[in-house]
Design a protein around this ligand. Structure first.
Ligand code: AMP
Length: 450
């Protein structure tokens, strides 16, 4: 094990031996930047607004100080709120690991599971409750989860909570936590809405930002590309990309539940070990899929943004944005699923003509120009409505072209110009190519040439 300078060790941050021992067991050798900055401040009891790149150890940054400051003679002291069930499950599991040499009790509560089961868990007088906003409020209204004495309240991925309509729930929860408390907001991105909430609900908050203005927000270890591909070619392009990249574990993000199902189906048909995950699945199905993915039984997870936050599976080698995210913050979170805690990874974003503005917004957000990538062996096809013999039909607006349809080249076919001559340079596939553009820092052109 590498020798760590005593000043860089977890114990130097003021953490107690029982916690340092657990970190040793977990082979956490050195604190990450957010941990080094946040833990000493959180141990003083200060309110905190913390920003750090996703996958850099935020859970420990807020979780360890809370664990240390718990009064083990009192139940229901700490509340950790997360936007998704998967993240709640993960945060609770991480807290249990941190508390292996303490007697602190944790539970996790979230929708989609029988509420009676969670009421029973609450009867065991846990010290820490991790959960999603709706279920926390539901249990509170039933009288099973009083919040009035919570001394520590954490909102993890708070911007995501606002995005998915939990703003009022966040307000309600904060209003119910009446006792003097330590309040911590953490997220990879902090926007004006969050700043307003901070103003209303925190006392003298300490700001801990680890992503400096001139730094990219995504992990530098994640190599990020854009792939020019038209809507009707996307599934074919995706199969080609997967065949070429042979990812260990990959997440493919789509915009809608329907496209998640379509893409997962399209991949399975070609023998890719893929599964879909989205909000229409039953909770136990969601958990089964996540378990399969974590244990490597499933290689490719096709997901909505449900899986873009917090999901921590170390070996994710590839993130593919099948649909370019409309919100640049979502891009940061999606790409944050790969290259976690020092690992490497690749992110590919499919961009169609007309989506240049979305790409620009992302590049502004991450302060980095994305490299263009052409998939080896992939040939763009003609727009379905322009193919010989095509019957013009409103449904044939380019959303999908069945493989083998006239004009749709086979995946293995080598590059040839599409029959209609439609092959704008940046969308064609002559050679396996990465087009490197000049990186710029801080300033972005408002108009882009494609
Ligand atoms: P998080 O950002 O909290 O989701 O953490 C990302 C992953 O890094 C989790 O699997 C943690 O268990 C792990 N981790 C967090 N802090 C450290 C550390 N200091 N050393 C090694 N692994 C860590």
């Amino acid at each position: 094990m590498p020798q760590i300078e005593p000043s860089n060790a977890f114990s130097a941050l003021g953490l107690e031996p029982a916690i340092v021992m657990a970190l040793d067991d977990l082979h956490f050798v050195e604190p990450s930047e957010i941990q080094r900055l946040m833990i000493p401040v959180a141990l003083t009891g200060a309110d905190i607004i913390g920003q750090a790149r996703t996958g850099t150890g935020k859970t420990a940054a807020f979780g360890l100080p809370i664990l240390q400051r718990l009064d083990l003679t009192q139940s229901l002291q700490a509340l950790i709120v997360t936007p998704t069930r998967e993240l709640a499950i993960q945060v609770e599991a991480e807290m249990v690991r941190f508390a292996r040499h303490k007697v602190a009790r944790m539970i996790v509560v979230y929708g989609g599971q029988k509420i009676q089961h969670q009421t029973k868990l609450l009867e065991r007088h846990p010290h820490v409750v991790v959960g999603t906003p709706g279920r926390i409020l539901d249990l509170n209204q039933r009288g099973s989860l009083p919040l009035a004495n919570m001394k520590f309240v954490v909102f993890d991925e708070v911007d995501r909570m606002f995005d998915i309509g939990f703003r009022d729930d966040v307000r309600k929860i904060l209003a119910l936590c009446k006792a003097p408390r330590q309040t911590i907001f953490v997220s990879a991105t902090i926007n004006d809405d969050i700043e307003r909430m901070v103003h209303q609900h925190m006392t003298n908050p300490q700001r801990i930002f680890t992503a400096k203005a001139d730094e990219t927000l995504t992990n530098p270890e994640a190599v990020q590309y854009v792939v020019g591909v038209q809507p009707w070619d996307k599934l074919r392009a995706l199969r080609c990309l997967i065949q070429h990249e042979q990812p260990g574990l990959a997440i493919i993000f789509c915009r809608t539940k329907r496209s998640v199902d379509k893409v997962a189906h399209g991949l399975c048909e070609r023998g890719v070990n893929a599964s879909a995950i989205h909000g229409d699945l039953l909770q136990n199905q969601r958990e089964r899929v996540m378990r399969g993915f974590r244990t490597g039984k499933i290689n490719v997870l096709v997901a909505t943004d449900l899986a873009s936050r917090g999901i921590d599976v170390h070996e994710i080698s590839h993130v593919i944005n099948y649909d370019v995210p409309e919100d640049p913050e979502a891009y940061v979170h999606r790409v944050g699923r790969t290259a976690r805690m020092g690992a490497t990874g690749k992110a590919f974003t499919f961009v169609s003509l007309g989506q240049a503005q979305l790409q620009t917004e992302i590049e502004k957000m991450i302060n980095h120009l994305l490299e263009e990538y052409r998939i080896p062996g992939f040939t763009p096809s003609m727009e379905p409505s322009k193919r010989p013999g095509a019957v013009p039909h409103p449904a044939q607006d380019g959303r999908s072209a069945p493989d083998g349809a006239p004009g749709a080249p086979a995946e293995s076919q080598t590059a040839a110009p599409a029959a209609d001559g439609y092959a704008p340079t940046s969308f064609s596939a002559a050679e396996p190519t990465i087009v490197t553009r000049r990186p710029i820092s801080g300033r972005f052109p408002t108009r882009r040439r494609r």
